[in-house]
Design a protein around this ligand. Structure first.
Ligand code: BES
Ligand code: MN
Ligand code: MN
Length: 486
């Protein structure tokens, strides 16, 4: 089994196992000794998991989803967990396992997801999405693993299994641990809520620990203290009862694509404010002091724009980039289709147009309320010549996690130990709907100790996860356990 190593865009070099990674090794901790001895295996195991295309959105990959669950189960057992089980649900299974060393000690519930986003569009990948390949990048000079799911979330939850193995092998597990790795996060975790309610006792814990978010940079550790919620809808605009000749009828019959484009454009005003009545009613405005604190996080706008090859950023007037992604709600079209998109030109006035639209929510918006507001507004702005249907998809509630909890402080201390810098509290722009449910159903707060970077191309072609980040995570997690248990 060989691993190709690419240096930026040049193909070439080494074949595993001749590859050596330079680890910056200032404090020779027990963790680092164990990691140095086992890092090749740690990488190989992750590669094996990354080769399984466990795409939850596409039923064609059902077998692979189950294969990934079995793989996680085997590795959980091998790492030393007890009562490991692939728990069936109405959807994809949840892998559960635990190690209870002493019921009187605290318990950490580790959550992650083994399902991944679809890999399309395939043509933009440097290397095939399910053939993990190491390439160097500007922010990952030690190399990054390119594969769908490498950062989101296989590479990140797998760190927890390896950190657990490390603690078991070095006799340093200081408290109880439970693992719950699900297979439907990328499609809204619709069966996990029920699993939590049905397994309240089994899931009893003191905190949920999650690595499924990003840090600011490899030399600027940070911890997300909030996640946005989500309201996701699909809209269908129907004009005439059939596709028409665009010359014979064009100009006299409403074209659903023209109409849809106009309706979508009207959802933002000239300040990029969302125009849906009531949309901002429940938005929790931060104080000037809180905003100033949030904006202390370093963000190099020049690098930001360069990375995305854009001339300028975009968004709601009088908010910074960090605010626009962290504490403000948004509305974005995720996909739009209809009419003729084949070769050449076909003159047609289409019967239908479609779009998928996501709204990111912030406290105290709720996804049901926002979905209802959207539906009402979108239907109200449709001209008479078309019919509009709004179909709600999954949703999720926003969360804010405390920074004064024992668990947050343990995570901050753990990162400080291994990065040599206190992590900065930040707000994550993405959503993990189950985090709000953990609070509601299990009464548990979460710590979002993520090790990825926003630039790791999550959900995009060429998703990758730094080898530095993977190994750093494995090194840091045992410190979290140590500080949390003490
Ligand atoms: N891990 C991400 C969420 C994330 C990424 C949070 C980066 C903060 C920083 C998660 O897998 C995800 O992609 N969630 C979806 C929501 C889901 C309902 C499809 C999202 O945010 O779009
Ligand atoms: Mn994720
Ligand atoms: Mn994701």
């Amino acid at each position: 089994m060989g691993i190709l190593v690419y240096e930026d865009n040049e193909i070439f070099v080494l074949k595993y196992p001749h590859l050596t990674f330079v680890l910056k090794n200032n404090n020779m901790s027990i963790n680092q000794d164990y990691i140095n001895t086992n890092k090749d295996r740690f990488l190989n195991e992750l590669f094996e998991l990354l080769r399984i295309p466990s795409i939850s959105a596409d039923p064609a990959y059902k077998n692979d989803v189950h294969k990934a669950a079995e793989f996680v189960k085997e590795k959980m057992i091998a790492a030393g967990a007890d009562d490991v089980e692939v728990c069936p649900t109405a959807g994809n299974p949840i892998v559960y396992g635990e190690k209870i060393i002493d019921a009187s000690l605290p318990t950490v519930l580790v959550y992650g997801h083994y399902d991944v986003q679809p890999a399309v569009p395939l043509e933009f990948w440097y290397t095939p999405p399910f053939e993990p390949t190491i390439r160097k990048t500007a922010v990952h000079p030690d190399g990054a693993i390119f594969a769908r799911g490498s950062a989101d979330d296989k590479g990140q939850f797998y760190m927890h299994l390896k950190a657990f193995e490390l603690m078991m092998q070095t006799n340093t597990l200081p408290c109880n641990v439970k693992f719950m790795i699900e297979g439907e996060e990328e499609v809204g975790s619709s069966n996990l809520g029920k699993f939590c309610i049905d397994n309240k006792d089994r899931l009893k814990a003191d905190v949920v620990l999650i690595s499924d978010t990003s840090m600011i940079a490899n030399d600027v550790p940070s911890i997300d203290t909030g996640l946005r919620g989500l309201s996701y809808v699909e809209v269908e605009v129907t004009g005439p009862n059939r596709d028409l000749h665009s010359g014979v009828y064009g100009g006299a019959v409403a074209n659903p694509i023209n109409i849809l484009a106009k309706m979508i454009a009207s959802l933002h005003d000239e300040h990029n404010h969302i125009t849906i009545p009531g949309f901002y009613d429940k938005v929790l405005e931060l104080t000037q002091a809180e905003r100033a604190e949030l904006n202390k996080a370093p963000l190099d706008l020049t690098d930001y724009k360069k990375d995305l090859a854009i001339e300028d950023v975009w968004g709601e007037t009088s908010y910074t980039v960090l605010e626009r992604t962290g504490i403000r709600p948004t509305l974005d079209v995720n996909g739009i289709w209809g009419g003729y998109i084949g070769e050449g030109a076909k003159t047609v006035l289409p019967s239908k147009a479609f779009a998928k639209i996501s709204m990111r929510l912030v406290p105290n918006q709720t996804s049901d309320e926002i979905t209802a507001l959207f539906k009402k507004h979108f239907e109200s702005i449709a001209p008479k010549g078309v019919k509009v249907e709004v179909k709600p998809h999954h949703g999720g509630e926003p969360v804010v996690t405390p920074t004064d909890s024992k668990a947050y402080i343990a995570a901050a201390k753990a990162m400080e130990t291994t990065f040599g810098k206190t992590p900065i509290p930040t707000r994550g722009g993405g959503s993990i709907p189950i985090v709000a449910l953990f609070e509601k159903e299990l009464g548990l707060k979460s710590v979002l100790m993520g090790f990825g970077l926003d630039s790791d191309a999550l959900h995009s072609p060429n998703e990758h996860y730094g080898i530095f980040n993977y190994l750093k995570g494995i090194e840091t997690i045992p410190y979290f356990f140590k500080y949390f248990a003490s």
